[in-house]
Design a protein around this ligand. Structure first.
Ligand code: SF4
Ligand code: SF4
Length: 85
């Protein structure tokens, strides 16, 4: 599923999937799909919702999650061009 973003939004996401994991063991969201090239996509949503989607799993907006994912363009040291990702 391709991301659906407004024309004003610049999507810098590298589709690593790191922000779609949770818990101390960083297990994948049940809707995270990993593909052969190492990238990921969401099976159900074109954008993150910012709500709890299943028991104990919160599909948080990127701006609300921790910002220390390796190489993520949205880390706190990088400009946040997409405020709603
Ligand atoms: S951690 Fe960053 S690069 Fe990786 S999927 Fe999330 S927003 Fe995209
Ligand atoms: S439902 Fe949310 S947390 Fe889960 S894979 Fe899709 S975008 Fe990521």
């Amino acid at each position: 599923m391709a991301p659906v973003l407004g024309p004003e939004v610049k999507d810098l996401c590298l589709r690593c999937g790191a922000c779609c994991t949770t818990g101390e063991d960083n297990h994948d969201c049940p809707f995270l799909v990993r593909i052969e090239d190492g990238k990921t996509f969401c099976a159900i949503y074109p954008i993150r919702l910012g709500v709890e989607i299943s028991k104990g799993f919160h599909c948080g907006l990127r701006k609300d999650t921790k910002y220390d994912f390796e190489n993520c363009p949205y880390n706190s040291s990088k400009p946040m061009l997409n405020k709603e990702l």
